[in-house]
Design a protein around this ligand. Structure first.
Ligand SMILES: Cc1cc2nc3c(=O)[nH]c(=O)nc-3n(C[C@H](O)[C@H](O)[C@H](O)COP(=O)(O)O)c2cc1C
Length: 264
C-alpha cells in the first residue's frame, strides 16, 4: 500500500500557492483585457466631461455628455506655425483626431520638441507640436475656445483645460482632470469655489500674460484684481505651478500667438 500524501509538506504548500497565484493572475489579466474597451470609453467620457466643465457646462447626465460635446468644433493646432491645420494636412500627418494622444506625442521626437530651459516655465521638458482645441461658434464667430494645459505643481504634473471667451482674453472656466497634489492643500485645485473664481479674469495685459496666482487673497480694489487669482492656502508651490502652466500655455511657446491672431 502506498504511503498517504502529506498535505502539509513543503511541495504541497508550494503547489497550492502557485496554483492559486496562477488562477488569480489569469483572472486579473483576463479582466484587464476584457474591460479595456470599457476603461477606454470611461476615460474618454471623463475627458469629454472635463472639457464641458471647463466650458462652464455642469450637472449634465452622462447620456447628455456626448450630445453636448458634438456641438463643439474640434481642431488641431500647429504650435510651431501658430495656425489650425486643415483636414487634409491632418490626414497627411497620419493623425486621427478621435485617437490623437497629445501626451504620447510629446514623448515622440517626430511630433514634439525638447524645450530650452528658459522656455520650460511649466516644467514639462517636451512639448507636442500639435494640440487639439475645442471651439464653439455663433454665426461663424468663435464664442469659446477650450485649450488643453499641463504643467508641474509640487508632486505631480497637473492636466486640465482652460476655456476663454471669444475675445481670447477672458477666462470662462478652468478644470484639472488629473494631478497628484495633496488633498486639502494642492488638491484644492479641484475646489469648485476656487475654480469659479477664475471666471471673468483676464489673461493678457497688452501682449504679455498678466494672470497671476497670488499668495493669499486677491484684493478687490487693486487695479490688478482682474489678473489675480487667490493662492491656495498652504500650497504655494502648487499655486506657483498653476501660474507657470498658464504663463506657458497662453504665452509665446503655447497658444499665445494663435490667440492673438484669433482675437484681433
Ligand atoms: C504632507 C505634505 C503635503 C504637502 N502638499 C503640498 C501640496 O500639494 N502643494 C503645495 O504647494 N504644498 C504642499 N505642502 C507644503 C509645501 O511643502 C510647502 O510648505 C508649501 O507649499 C508652502 O506654502 P505656504 O507658503 O502657503 O505655506 C505639503 C506639505 C506636507 C508636509
Amino acid at each position: 500500500m502506498s504511503k498517504p500524501r502529506n498535505k502539509d509538506s513543503m511541495s504541497n504548500i508550494m503547489t497550492v500557492a502557485l496554483s492559486v497565484c496562477f488562477v488569480c493572475s489569469v483572472m486579473v489579466a483576463s479582466a484587464a483585457v476584457f474591460l479595456k474597451p470599457q476603461r477606454m470609453a470611461n476615460k474618454n467620457l471623463d475627458r469629454v466631461s472635463n472639457i464641458l466643465m471647463a466650458a462652464g457646462l455642469r450637472n449634465i447626465g452622462s447620456e447628455e455628455i456626448m450630445a453636448e460635446f458634438k456641438k463643439f468644433e474640434v481642431r488641431l493646432v500647429d504650435l510651431e506655425e501658430d495656425r489650425f491645420l486643415s483636414s487634409l494636412e491632418i490626414s497627411d500627418l497620419g493623425i486621427d483626431l478621435q485617437t490623437y494622444d497629445q501626451r504620447r506625442a510629446s514623448r515622440d521626437p517626430e511630433f514634439s520638441r525638447q524645450l530650452l530651459d528658459e522656455e520650460d516655465i511649466a516644467s514639462i521638458t517636451r512639448r507636442a507640436r500639435y494640440s487639439i482645441v475645442y471651439m464653439q461658434r455663433d454665426e461663424g464667430a468663435i464664442t469659446k475656445i477650450i485649450l488643453p494645459i499641463h504643467g508641474y505643481g509640487l508632486w505631480s504634473t497637473l492636466y486640465g483645460f482652460i476655456s476663454l471667451s471669444g475675445d481670447m482674453n477672458t477666462v470662462s472656466g478652468i478644470t484639472f482632470y488629473e494631478h497628484g497634489e495633496t488633498a486639502g492643500l494642492g488638491g484644492e485645485v479641484d475646489n469648485m469655489t476656487w475654480k469659479a473664481s477664475w471666471n471673468d479674469k483676464q489673461i493678457y495685459d497688452g501682449q504679455s500674460v498678466a494672470l497671476r496666482v497670488v499668495k493669499g487673497k486677491a484684493l478687490e480694489n487693486s487695479p490688478s484684481f482682474k489678473y489675480e487669482i487667490d493662492g491656495l492656502s498652504g500650497a504655494t508651490l502648487t499655486s506657483r505651478g498653476v501660474e507657470n502652466l498658464i504663463a506657458f500655455w497662453l504665452g509665446e511657446d503655447g497658444f499665445g500667438p494663435l490667440l492673438k491672431t484669433l482675437g484681433s
